[in-house]
Design a protein around this ligand. Structure first.
Ligand code: DGL
Length: 272
């Protein structure tokens, strides 16, 4: 890590196009309560899921640089779309451990359904089209083809604070159709915004195991930090700091929705 001075108590950088990555922060707070977090929500340029991969990669590398400048010791790409587009680019450019959510998501799906089971994927169109989940699951031995559905409207509904229950229920009914036609044992919530819709999806698909990649992501990161002697000391007080490229008040409302509080520092960042 030449020129990149970090210590065990340096923060972990976490980013997403918006609110979704907070579902990963929620697990970080549960499982690694001594770790400090700097979070970047790129709401000014959201959604990522409908943009070309090359553009999402450019954004991700720019955000990696932002975290490097702020002394982050590690990076979580808390966005499936950005993981599909830019995991290797960030591994090359960020001077510390980098983890995305897709590998851990695939691992969790196999743990839930087994290699003989049927697995479904809901994600952004970008993630579905990338085929990254298909490849990861095949490498882990999954026998049957994934049943996949892009759900772009879910992202917009979550960003607006899930205020319109009827619209949410309507979108869930519409997007879950393929899983009535081809039933699955486990469904990967392959966009970090989607665990916030779990209760609606569970109601529509009773008996299907819903897979949130966040827990496995945090467990894998814990191991990576342990191996490098970079886990925060047990007496260290975690600090959380949020940066957002879009509207600060809307983000604070979503902080309250996901983390149950909005008294963390939130700063607006205007990209050049
Ligand atoms: N939360 C992101 C993901 O996991 C993407 C949402 C978006 O389209 O911006 O894929």
């Amino acid at each position: 890590m030449a020129g990149h001075k970090v210590s065990a108590n340096s923060p972990i950088g976490v980013f997403d196009s918006g609110t979704g990555g907070l579902t990963v922060v929620r697990q970080l707070r549960n499982l690694l309560p001594n770790e400090s977090v700097v979070y970047f929500a790129d709401t000014g340029r959201l959604p990522y899921g409908t943009k070309p991969q090359s553009q999402v990669r450019e954004f991700s590398v720019q955000i990696g640089e932002f975290f490097r400048e702020r002394g982050a010791k590690a990076l979580i790409i808390a966005c499936n779309t950005a993981t599909a587009a830019s995991l290797s680019a960030l591994e090359e450019t960020f001077p510390g451990p980098v983890i995305g959510v897709i590998g851990p998501g695939a691992q969790s799906a196999i743990a839930a359904a087994g290699t003989e089971g049927k697995v479904g994927l809901i994600a952004t169109d970008g993630t579905v089209q990338s085929g990254v989940y298909d490849r990861e699951l095949e490498d882990l031995g999954l026998k049957s083809a994934l049943v996949k559905q892009g759900c772009p409207d879910f992202v917009t509904l979550v960003e607006s604070g899930l205020e319109d229950r009827e619209a949410v229920q309507g979108a869930v009914k519409r997007y879950m159709k393929p899983f009535h036609e081809s039933p699955v044992d486990a469904l990967i919530l392959g966009c970090t915004h989607f665990p916030l819709l779990s209760e609606y999806i569970a109601e529509e698909l009773p008996g299907v195991k819903l897979v949130d990649p966040a827990i496995q992501t945090v467990n894998n990161l814990k191991q990576m930090l342990e191996e490098r002697g970079l886990l925060a000391e047990p007496d260290s007080q975690a600090e959380y700091k949020f940066f957002v490229s879009g509207d600060v008040e809307a983000f604070k409302r979503n902080l309250r929705m996901v983390l149950g509080r909005d008294d963390y520092p939130v700063e607006h960042v205007a990209w050049q």
